[in-house]
Design a protein around this ligand. Sequence first.
Ligand SMILES: [Fe+2]
Length: 416
Amino acid sequence: MTQRSALLRQEDVGCSPLQNLKDNVQMDFVWWVASGIGHLGICVVIFNQIHSTSLPRTWRKRTEKVLFSITVTFGLYLLWQMISMGTLRFWPVVASNSFNGVYLPLCLASACFFALRWLYRKWRYRQPSQVVSHSVSIVDIQQELGKSLYHGAKANLFKSLPGNKAHQIAVERMTFGVAGLPKDLEGLKICHLSDFHLTGQLDQEFFERIVKMANEFEPDLILVTGDLVDEAKCLDWVEPIFGSLSATHGVFYVLGNHDRRMEDEKAYRQRLKDSGMVGVSGDWHTISIKDATIAITGNELPWFLDAKGLKDYNQPPEVADEDLLKILLSHSPDQITWAREFGFDLMLAGHTHGGQARIPLIGPIVAPSRFGILYAGGTFMIGQMLMHVTRGISGDKCIRINCPPEIGLIKLTGRD
Ligand SMILES: [Fe+2]
């Protein structure tokens, strides 16, 4: 509604001034809410983009604080404007100075854009037909173990947040149809784990239970897509947790952004190696099963190796194209544009934690990806490549609002 039309409404014959004021306040409430959503949306977009980069943690934290300050200051500024002008009306505040005249309409336009994009994505998204079956069962590990799994005041505070499912793991059993899957790989079982975030806030037993569930699947491969240890004090957990993972053809991993917190990267990778895990970043690891070959490689961009500088991503050396299954492990789903060039059959990623908090009916709002929440979690067909993004096991904060952590049990089957 324009200022002029709002004023005209006030002059309507037959309406009391009190009724007019009530109507206008109700209408302006919609403008204020819409502009607030637009403002928050702009801040979230900046947040997501910043968190998808390789910026050092200290700078990302500073950016978070600046964004939070801007969000709060903007709200207080508008409140002050309304008090000083003595009005709750939206358009008079817009007209009051040039900043308001530009930024508030920009917020409205942003709110419209975000709403339309959300609706479009909801309308367009279909689980790919390559997902042949998908079932989910929830295991409440805290209830199972019969004790609190949270340590420290912060973790216990987060635990009590309504809807927090940080200890309720979703066991997702999926069957993926892969075109041209070598017949010797029919029924190949992969366990996909990610984002353990060992901080000490969640008990070691929680992660040991996860490992037990992964092993009970009796997988051919266990593939781990980064963010393993957040706090150096948990390095002693590497052996009992990751060293207990068991798969017929091995346990393979890439690192993620949180693994950069380990000061001695070389010693850290050695520790993981000593626990039985195979790092595949920047290199091919091939496994022969009868006449078939599985080739696994990893991409830790943008936090570790420059994968673009690495050779032979098109094809592992000395492996024929037929009877080959190519799998990419990448911490971030943002590497899809890189991955598409090299004809991977399957890409597994984590990092986005499913958004970590999901609003009922709306879904996630924040995800540290340059695609925002688009790949916050789930299975996607990207060209000829199937990509699964797991919500992961935990986070640096024990927050999982309506967004349970995930163990992915994937079975592959052939399809035309
Ligand atoms: Fe993570």
